[in-house]
Design a protein around this ligand. Structure first.
Ligand code: PEP
Length: 249
């Protein structure tokens, strides 16, 4: 079922004390029932956030995971480890992971496979660089990221897959895709999924937009017919701005 989702991707921000301050404030907020609200703190704060939000309708997600379940991978965290905390949602393929940590479509496909095998929900990120958009190659590029990253999955897995379209040129830059650019790409993503699987799977998948979503622009983006919410970076670090976005539908 297609859901409205707002996920805060904290990246490498908020230590334990800052996480606790955020959670205390968040728990005082009234959340709209029709929106699935998620936060993705750093690995070190997942346990605390998960336990603190046990009685609250906020999902705690991880920002990344390794494709292997265990082994000699110094510094890495596995799906099994996340699940042992109770964390069942993971962001895979964020453009910062692709660009700074050399995560290729092949590696990401392995990560998706492992997450799905562990019955986790995957938020799979796709997005083009500015140059690719300028060359009018953006639609093709996103199709290949989907084909190589998630289309190995059987259709049944799609009940646990969310797509986040994040144009790289809009992440952390203050520059947002126009609502029309977001709608065009989200519709394209749905068409590509329909061609590979079926119309009903394409209609059911939640597709989030990410890239400098702020309280003042969330509403016009979320109002597009194929936009089901957002993956929010900077504006998710403060409860006040995060809540304005959560309430922007
Ligand atoms: C992100 O990190 O996924 C993101 C969209 O960041 P920002 O909202 O800060 O552009």
């Amino acid at each position: 079922m297609r859901k409205k989702i707002v996920t805060g991707n904290w990246k490498m921000n908020h230590d334990l004390a800052q996480t606790e301050m955020f959670l205390v404030d968040l728990k005082k907020q009234v959340l709209p029932e029709e929106v699935t609200v998620m936060i993705a703190p750093a690995f070190t704060n997942l346990n605390h956030a998960f336990n603190s939000l046990r009685e609250h309708p906020v999902t705690v997600a991880a920002q990344n995971m390794h494709q292997n379940n265990n082994g000699a991978f110094t510094g890495e965290v596995s799906a099994e480890m996340l699940k042992s905390l109770g964390v069942e949602t993971v962001i895979i393929g964020h453009s910062e992971r692709r660009a700074q940590f050399n995560e290729t479509n092949e590696i990401l496909s392995e990560k998706v496979k492992t997450a799905i095998a562990n019955k986790m929900t995957v938020i799979f990120c796709v997005g083009e660089e500015l140059e690719e958009r300028k060359q009018n190659n953006h639609l093709k590029l996103i199709e290949s990221q989907l084909t190589e990253g998630v289309f190995q999955q059987p259709e049944t897995a799609w009940k646990n897959i969310v797509i986040a379209y994040e144009p790289v040129w809009a992440i952390g830059t203050g520059e947002t895709a126009t609502p029309q650019q977001a709608q065009e790409m989200h519709q394209h993503i749905r068409t590509v999924i329909a061609n590979k699987y079926s119309k009903s799977t394409a209609n059911d998948v939640s597709i989030l937009y990410g890239g400098s979503v702020k309280p003042n622009n969330a509403s016009e983006i979320f109002n597009q017919p194929d936009v089901d919410g957002g993956l929010i970076g900077g504006a998710s670090l403060e409860v006040e701005s995060f809540m304005k976005i959560v309430n922007a539908f």
